[in-house]
Design a protein. Sequence first.
Length: 156
Amino acid sequence: MKTTKTTTKSKTTRLTDSLNQVLADSYELMSMTHQAHWNVEGAGFFALHTAFQTQYEELFTAIDEIAERVRALDAYAIGGLKQLGQTANMQEFVSPLSQSDYVRKLIKANEKLVADATRARDLAGEANDPESQDLMIGRITLHQKTIWMLKSFLKD
């Protein structure tokens, strides 16, 4: 019986660590998207400015949901800009950039988030936690759509 309890705790710890990774990725991506929103220029300004705002506002809501899921699993959500940035380990950009460079960098950051959310989804499945699995499926779906939309902007 002790082995099962230890195994369950280990799966939960791996899951909450993975959810905290998605939390950090989401926070970093929100910051990057907000920066792009402020600084984008050019002929596509209005479309990108609006799209970026929609994206960073959605991420702000998602961050709270992810952190609260970590707490529901009796773990603690990470925080602090330094810790979140180090955990996310995404390549930040320095403005100004061209519209296409903002979009390319945001595509890459969204792709990293999808990969980390996929790991969290799989760990949730192993831990028999359909609520966390559902949360990650929603995040993956949204970020896959965002990637598609950003890539569409780059098409001629």
